[in-house]
Ligand binder design. Structure first.
Ligand SMILES: [Ca+2]
Length: 315
C-alpha cells in the first residue's frame, strides 16, 4: 500500500464510486471519506459511500457526513445523470451503514490534518462546501495538507447543469471561490473539458460487466443508467470525471499539460454562475485578478488513465 495518506471529499455519485474503487484498486492509503451534498442529498451520499467501501471489501474506512447545502442557494442535484439516489437508481442496503461516523466531515478534515500535518492528499470530487468550511473554521487547515486535487471548474465555458459552468463549481460557487483563492498548499484542478476529452473507450466499459470481479459488476450496474444516457447522446467515449481526478492523485504522470495561474469563480450571472475564470493572462498585471497560482490540467494521458482503470478488474 502507498505511504501517502489520501482523503476523498465526494458526493457519490457514480463517477465518485468509480474514483473510490480506483484508489483502492491501486492500493492507495485511503484513510477517510468525507461526504457533501451534490449529485444527490447528503443522506444518500453517506449511505452510497458506505455501500461502495463495503462492496470494495474495505468497510473499515471511516465515512463522515458533512454539509447538506451550499453556502448560498438551493441544492442542484444531478439525478438525471446519476439516477435517483445517485447510484443508477439502486438503493444502498440498510445494513451497510456501520462505517458512517458521528463526527462531522469538516471536524474530521481538521482533525486528520492535525494528526498528519503535511502528509495528506485531499481529493475533492464534489462541491467544495466542506473544504471551504474547513478553511473558514481553521485558517491553518490548508497549510496542513500535502496537496489538494479538485475535479471541478471549466476552461472554455463548457457547461453542465448551468450552460456556462461545471456542476461541482455550480453547486457552490462561493465555496469554490474561497478554496481557489485561499488554499495555501499546492492545488491541481482537473476541469470538465479535460475530463470530457479523456474518456475511456466504450469497449472498456463493456469489459467491466464481463469481468469476473464482483466489484466490476457492481460498478457496471450502478453506471448503466448514466452510460446509456451518454451513448444515447452519441458521446464517443465513456466520460468519468472523478475517476480521472483520482488517476491524477494516484499518478501525476497522467498529466501531460498544465496551465498555471490564479483562478476566480464567477458568483453571478444568469448562465455563468460557477464558471471558472483563469486569470493567467492578467497575472502580475492587475491585483484585482490576483490569487495563489494553481495548476489547471489542460491535457491528460488517456492511455495511462486506461491502464490504471484496468486495475479495477483485479479488485
Ligand atoms: Ca462527484
Amino acid at each position: 500500500m502507498s505511504d501517502n495518506p489520501i482523503v476523498i471529499d465526494c458526493d457519490v455519485g457514480v463517477d465518485d464510486a468509480v474514483a473510490i474503487a480506483l484508489c483502492l484498486a491501486q492500493n492507495q492509503n485511503l484513510i477517510g471519506i468525507t461526504c457533501v451534498h451534490g449529485n444527490t442529498s447528503l443522506e444518500n451520499v453517506t449511505k452510497n459511500t458506505a455501500w461502495v467501501t463495503s462492496v470494495c471489501k474495505r468497510p473499515e474506512i471511516p465515512v463522515f457526513g458533512g454539509a447538506e447545502k451550499s453556502f448560498i442557494g438551493d441544492n442542484l442535484f444531478a439525478h438525471e445523470f446519476h439516477g435517483e439516489g445517485g447510484l443508477g437508481g439502486m438503493s444502498a442496503p440498510s445494513d451497510k451503514k456501520d462505517s458512517i461516523c458521528d463526527e462531522h466531515a469538516v471536524s474530521a478534515l481538521l482533525r486528520m490534518t492535525k494528526e498528519r500535518p503535511g502528509e495528506i492528499t485531499l481529493l475533492a470530487i464534489g462541491p467544495l462546501t466542506n473544504v471551504g468550511l474547513a478553511i473558514r473554521m481553521d485558517p491553518g487547515f490548508s497549510k496542513r495538507l500535502k496537496e489538494l486535487i479538485i475535479m471541478g471548474g471549466n476552461t472554455t465555458g463548457k457547461g453542465a447543469v448551468r450552460p456556462g459552468a461545471e456542476f461541482n463549481f455550480s453547486c457552490d460557487p462561493e465555496a469554490a471561490h474561497v478554496v481557489v483563492q485561499e488554499m495555501e498548499c499546492p492545488v491541481t484542478i482537473v476541469p470538465f473539458e479535460t475530463c470530457y476529452d479523456t474518456g475511456l473507450p466504450w469497449e472498456w466499459y463493456d469489459s467491466l460487466a464481463q469481468s469476473s470481479s464482483s466489484v466490476c459488476r457492481f460498478l457496471s450496474e450502478i453506471t448503466s443508467h448514466s452510460t446509456v444516457r451518454q451513448q444515447n447522446k452519441g458521446k464517443p467515449t465513456f466520460v468519468m470525471c472523478d475517476a480521472l481526478a483520482a488517476a491524477i492523485a494516484i499518478d501525476k504522470k497522467v498529466i501531460t499539460e498544465v496551465r498555471r495561474g490564479p483562478i476566480h469563480v464567477e458568483r453571478s450571472g444568469m448562465y455563468t454562475r460557477g464558471q471558472m475564470m483563469e486569470m493567467s493572462a492578467l497575472w502580475d498585471g492587475d491585483k484585482a485578478y490576483s490569487g495563489p497560482p494553481v495548476d489547471v490540467v489542460i491535457k491528460a494521458d488517456g492511455e495511462r488513465f486506461y491502464s490504471l482503470m484496468n486495475g479495477l478488474k483485479n479488485l
